[in-house]
Design a protein around this ligand. Structure first.
Ligand code: BT5
Length: 247
């Protein structure tokens, strides 16, 4: 395919010019018994976010999924989502884009005082409670795309829009995968880097969870990726939810 980057990555890479969803393809490969592979596409025609939301994936982006089989319980998998956010943020900063992480899975850039979404991450897995069979971490980076071509209600941005020139996708993807591989195997390193890059810690947040809404100050992140929120009355540990920064 035209998108083939010639990556020297710590994974095998399967390239596609266009595919419905790299996560769907990686799940299929998992079902066939494959592991340690990256599925990479220039364009997705059926990209998905969390809760089956649409993920717009025009040509020029970096849409990829990493399939691996870690020796961890199901409950430990959120750390891989954090690792992906850390890796994408590191690669963005190396490309001159001051990205920050919003809990749990958004990589944002502040543009004209407004937080805009640069990267989205979707982690899927299957297996037993005490040990996963496989994990697929999908990472969508608005690389060389025009934000106006992304009709998302959450204001998007892209690497090329922030830089004013295209990014070298081969180099960026290489750094992203290297960082994911290095940091992903060390949960303490993931949490430390996440704290460094976070824009959520120290801020007033409102989190909608399946058990209701939690409002307070985000004070820390805890293994395997839970946000600790000080409500003024107590400290609540939130495992998953949609987070809004209140100021
Ligand atoms: C996410 O979901 O942020 C996870 C996105 C994961 C995408 C990757 S690409 C490779 C792999 N293959 C897939 O099919 N998926 C993964 P969530 O937090 O639910 O955010 C989704 C929301 O972001 C949508 O409802 C839109 O409002 C907005 N959105 C959609 N496309 C966007 C884009 N390209 N840039 C910024 N925001 C977008």
């Amino acid at each position: 395919p035209a998108v083939e980057y010639g990556l020297d990555a710590p994974f095998d890479v399967e390239y596609h010019d266009a595919i419905p969803s790299t996560n769907a393809r990686a799940r299929d490969l998992a079902g066939e018994g494959t592991t340690d592979v990256v599925v990479l596409a220039d364009e997705q025609t059926g990209g998905r976010g969390r809760l089956d939301r649409e993920w717009h994936s025009p040509s020029g982006g970096i849409w990829l999924s990493v399939l691996f089989r870690p020796d961890v319980p199901m409950a430990g998998t959120p750390v891989f989502t954090l690792a992906a956010a850390v890796a994408a943020t590191r690669a963005a900063r190396e490309a001159g884009v001051e990205a920050v992480i919003k809990w749990p899975n958004d990589v944002l850039v502040e543009v004209d005082g407004e937080e805009r979404k640069l990267v989205g991450i979707l982690t899927e897995m299957e297996g037993e409670a005490d040990r996963v069979s496989w994990v697929v971490v999908g990472i969508g980076v608005n690389a060389n795309v025009d934000p106006d071509d992304i009709p998302a209600e959450t204001a998007p941005t892209s690497l090329s829009a922030v830089r004013g020139e295209p990014v070298d996708r081969r180099r960026f993807t290489q750094r992203l995968l290297e960082a994911f591989d290095t940091v992903g195997s060390d949960p303490d390193a993931v949490l430390d880097s996440w704290r460094d890059y976070s824009t959520t810690l120290g801020r007033a947040v409102r989190i909608d969870t399946s058990q209701g809404t939690v409002t307070g100050e985000a004070v820390d992140i805890e293994y395997p990726g839970s946000l600790v929120v000080d409500t003024g009355e107590e400290r609540v540990t939130v495992a998953a939810g949609d987070c809004d920064h209140l100021r």
